[in-house]
Design a protein around this ligand. Structure first.
Ligand code: NAI
Length: 344
């Protein structure tokens, strides 16, 4: 019996987006993944083509499919339009950002890494309440930002993190905070975690807490002491890039934005304008995000085949892109991966 078709939105995105999305579609096609793609635009491509970094048609599509695979979207630094990524998270209440970091290529600086970072995705210092105060003739004399964490938002994310950790056989949840200095802003997150743990999770999984700066150092000295790290928005953003660095760089790090109204899968990295159009990008991060999407759609066997084929291509075949020290371009890596999937 043919598998039930799954409607899904596809946003190739900016920079290397089209290159890594093409590679991912080739792999998903070779697997026979049952997605019916609705191709949409956002980010800089949205501005150039439709005059809008997040066109209504893209939002409508995700509202219908509740599922998307997304390439990176460019956001100008300083001024310019607000991040389409942040707006997508807000529009679909994608409160949990799940970012696993696993060693795929042995022999790097750190072997056998298997960490998950769960980042709160809607609150904290990311809410965009920022302004300048003009003094004398300097319009940017003072810059101010407001961070907001709520009991409800913290609890929702923490529940997701504990449930995910237990369901996937993890041993320990570590809360990362800065409640010694930002006593209210990150204290509420720590306090909610402690209460929730005592109410519902004590005895089911281990629990501890660590301050963000110490956590960064500990991750570099001995990353194996951690299992699931759960934290607020900005700390999670920084720590997930750090964790990506432990397993070979941004080309290896996938992410899932999970929420009440939809789930959007993407690579942790951005549009890599420095290598865009050169055909040398590593598509592994987006491929691993596609594997997370298959798991989310209850297609774990297909997800496993994809992960195994990626590992075999990188390790048994030794086909690697330049960021991993290899010589393959995106097309050669994709060709080897598709051969692995087709013969696997
Ligand atoms: P970036 O992640 O695009 O690039 C950082 C470095 O990593 C660059 O040297 C790049 O060449 C390299 N790199 C990234 N992905 C790679 C891959 N797949 N293969 C090989 N090398 C790779 O970060 P950057 O330059 O700070 O941001 C560029 C743009 O991307 C910005 O407009 C930013 O706002 C946006 N961005 C979008 C994200 C998203 O859509 N989820 C996430 C992060 C940044």
């Amino acid at each position: 019996m043919p598998a039930t078709r799954i409607p899904a939105t596809l946003i190739p995105g900016d920079g290397i987006g089209h290159e890594i999305v093409d590679a991912t579609l080739a792999a998903l096609d070779a697997l026979g993944a049952p997605f019916d793609w609705d191709r949409q635009i956002a980010g800089l491509e949205g501005v150039r083509t439709a005059g809008d970094p997040l066109p209504a048609a893209t939002l409508d599509s995700i509202r219908r499919t509740r599922l998307a695979l997304k390439g990176p979207l460019e956001t100008p630094s300083g001024g310019g339009y607000r991040s389409s990524n942040v707006r997508l998270r807000e529009a679909f209440r994608l409160y949990a950002n799940l970012r696993p970091a696993r060693t795929l290529v042995p022999g790097g600086r750190f072997d056998d890494i298997d960490l998950v970072i769960v980042r709160e995705n809607l609150e904290g210092l990311y809410i965009g309440h920022e302004h300048y105060i003009e003094i004398d003739d300097d319009p940017h004399a003072v810059a101010m930002a407001t961070g907001v964490n709520t009991r409800r938002g913290s609890r929702r994310l923490l529940e997701f993190a504990f449930e995910h950790a237990i369901a996937t056989g993890r041993k320990k949840v570590t809360i990362v905070h800065k409640a010694n200095i930002m006593k209210a802003l990150t204290g509420i997150f720590l306090e909610t975690a402690q209460q929730l743990y005592e109410e519902r999770y004590q005895g089911r999984i281990a629990f501890d807490a660590v301050i963000i700066d110490a956590c960064a150092m500990k991750l570099v000295l001995n990353p194996w002491q951690f299992d699931v790290l759960v934290t607020t928005n900005l700390f999670g953003d920084i720590l997930s890039d750090l964790a990506a660095g432990l397993v070979g760089g941004l080309g290896m790090a996938p992410g899932a934005n999970i929420g009440a109204d939809a789930a959007i899968f993407e690579a942790v990295h951005g549009s890599a304008p420095d290598i865009a159009g050169k055909g040398i990008a590593n598509p592994t991060a987006l491929l691993l995000a596609a594997a997370m999407m298959l798991d989310h759609c209850r297609l774990p066997e297909m997800a496993m085949r994809l992960r195994r084929a990626i590992s075999d291509t990188l390790n048994a075949d030794g086909v690697r892109t330049g960021d991993l020290g290899g010589k393959a371009n995106t097309a050669a890596f994709t060709k080897a991966l598709v051969a692995r999937i087709s013969n696997g």
